[in-house]
Design a protein around this ligand. Structure first.
Ligand SMILES: Cc1ncc(COP(=O)(O)O)c(C=O)c1O
Length: 413
C-alpha cells in the first residue's frame, strides 16, 4: 500500500516535488549522530560493516566502499588494469561518469547504441560496437542498468567471454534489482554472476542515500586487493609486496612500522565512517524503499495508460525484477505540439520537477571531437523522447495522481 496525502485543490500551492530525493528518517539521523561520537570519522569500523552488509545483500563475496559512484567506476577500471592502448565499450545512454572513468584511466571509449524502447544496451548493440573497435575487440565493457532495469547480462557476457572482454556493470541505478536466470533463479545485480565487477552509487537521488557514496562488488580476491589499493592512493602496505627490501625491513626481518611503497600513483577515494553510518541505516530499509518505488511505478503505469500513444512508459525487460530508480516516460513531443523544455517549465510551475536522463554521451563536445560524427539511432531516438518523472520513496499515491493530472492538462489531453 502506498501512503495517501491530504489533497489541496491548488497543485502549485503544494510543496515542490523533485524528480528524485532522499528519504531520511529519525533513526538515520541518530545513526549519523552516533558515528560522530566515535573515534574515527574517516575509515573506521562502519566502513567494514557497510561493506559486509552490502556484499551480503547483493550476494557478492566482497564490497569495497568509496566516496561516490564515479570513484567506484575509476577504481574498477584501475583494478582491471585499463590504461593507455586499451579500449572500453560504454553505452551512449548513461551518465558521463561511465565513460569518463575508464577514459581517465587511459582507455579509449567505443560507444554502444541502446534499445530505443528500454534505454538498455543489448547484446547486438555490444556486438556492433565491437565491430567498430580497433581489432574488433575491447578490453572492457560497462553495461548500464538504466533506470534500474537489468541489461541481459547472460547474452552480453557470452560475447564478452568470446572476446576476452572484462565486464564492469554500472548499477548506479539498480541497487535491489534481480535478474531471472535461465534456470529460474533470481540473481541480484551486484553478485557478478555474469561479470567481474559491479559499481553502485549512493547519491541522494539513488535508492539509498549516503550523502556521497559508492561501492564496487567483486568475487575475485585479486580484484578486491587492487580495488582497495585504488581507493587509497595505490599505497602498498603488504610486506610481501615490497620492492625495496633493504628499506622495508629492519632487524630481525620485521617490516618497518612506518614504511609503505608506491608502485603507481593514485587518488584518495575513501568514504568516511559518517557516510557509512547513514548507508548502513539506509540499507536496512532497502526492501521497503524498493517496494515503495515499485508501487509508485505501478501507480504511474496505471494512471498514465490513458495518455498513450502520446506518452508511453519505458518498455519492460521481462526478466528484470526491477528496483526502479527512475520513472522515465517517452513522449511524442512533435505530435503533442510542445517542446520538451516548455513542458518541463510548465510542470515546474505546477510544482513538479522533471529531468532528462541523458544527453547521449557520444554527442558531448569532448567525445564528439575525439571520435567524430558517430550516429547511434537508438540512443538518439530515446533521448529525443525521454522525460523522467518524480520517483522517490517519500512520495505518496496522491503525488502520482497530481503528476498524471498535470501531464494530461499540459499535453492538452
Ligand atoms: C549510471 C550512473 N553511473 C555513475 C554515476 C556516478 O555516481 P556518483 O554521482 O555517485 O559519482 C551515476 C550518478 O549519477 C549514474 O547515474
Amino acid at each position: 500500500m502506498l501512503p495517501k496525502r491530504k489533497e489541496t485543490a491548488d497543485a502549485a500551492a503544494q510543496s515542490f516535488l523533485p524528480y528524485g530525493r532522499q528519504l531520511i528518517e529519525e533513526d538515520d539521523i541518530a545513526a549519523v549522530t552516533q558515528a560522530l561520537k566515535g573515534d574515527l570519522l574517516t575509515t573506521g569500523p562502519l566502513v567494514d560493516r557497510f561493506e559486509k552488509t552490502l556484499a551480503g545483500i547483493v550476494g557478492a563475496a566482497e564490497a569495497v566502499a568509496c566516496c561516490n559512484g564515479t570513484a567506484a567506476l575509476y577504481m574498477a577500471a584501475r583494478a582491471l588494469g585499463l590504461g593507455p592502448g586499451h579500449t572500453a565499450v560504454v553505452p551512449a545512454l548513461t551518465f558521463l561518469a561511465t565513460a569518463s572513468a575508464p577514459h581517465l584511466a587511459g582507455a579509449e571509449i567505443v560507444f554502444a547504441d541502446v534499445d530505443p524502447e528500454t534505454g538498455l544496451m543489448r547484446a547486438s548493440d555490444f556486438e556492433a560496437a565491437l565491430a567498430r573497435a580497433p581489432r574488433g575487440r575491447a578490453d572492457a565493457v560497462f553495461p548500464v542498468h538504466y533506470a534500474g532495469q537489468s541489461c541481459d547480462m547472460a547474452a552480453i557476457s557470452e560475447i564478452a567471454r568470446a572476446k576476452e572482454t572484462r565486464i564492469v556493470e554500472d548499477a548506479a541505478h539498480a541497487l535491489g534489482t534481480l535478474w531471472l536466470g535461465e534456470d529460474g533463479a533470481l540473481l541480484p545485480v551486484g553478485a557478478n554472476a555474469h561479470g567481474d565487477l559491479t559499481i553502485f552509487s549512493f547519491h541522494p537521488v539513488k535508492t539509498i542515500a549516503m550523502g556521497e557514496g559508492g561501492a564496487v562488488t567483486a568475487n575475485d580476491p585479486g580484484l578486491v586487493r587492487r580495488l582497495r589499493l585504488a581507493r587509497n592512493h595505490e599505497i602498498v602496505r603488504a610486506p610481501d609486496e615490497f620492492l625495496r627490501a633493504r628499506e622495508a625491513f629492519g632487524e630481525g626481518g620485521q617490516a618497518n612500522p612506518w614504511y609503505y611503497e608506491l608502485h603507481a600513483p593514485g587518488f584518495n577515494f575513501r568514504v568516511p565512517d559518517i557516510n557509512c553510518a547513514l548507508g548502513l541505516s539506509q540499507l536496512a530499509k532497502l526492501a521497503r524503499f524498493v517496494h515503495l518505488r515499485r508501487k509508485l511505478a505501478e501507480a504511474y503505469d496505471e494512471m498514465l495508460a490513458p495518455l498513450a500513444p502520446l506518452l508511453r512508459p519505458l518498455a519492460r525487460e521481462k526478466r528484470s525484477a526491477t528496483a526502479w530508480h527512475l520513472y522515465p516516460v517517452r513522449i511524442d513531443f512533435a505530435a503533442a505540439e510542445i517542446a520538451r523544455g516548455e513542458l518541463m517549465r510548465m510542470l515546474a510551475s505546477d510544482g513538479i520537477g522533471t529531468q532528462v536522463h541523458y544527453v547521449p554521451v557520444h554527442r558531448q563536445p569532448y567525445y564528439a571531437a575525439r571520435y567524430g560524427g558517430l550516429r547511434l539511432p537508438g540512443a538518439e531516438e530515446f533521448y529525443a523522447k525521454t522525460l523522467s518523472l518524480p520517483l522517490h520513496a517519500g512520495m505518496s499515491e496522491d503525488d502520482v495522481v497530481r503528476v498524471a493530472a498535470a501531464l494530461k492538462r499540459r499535453l492538452g489531453l
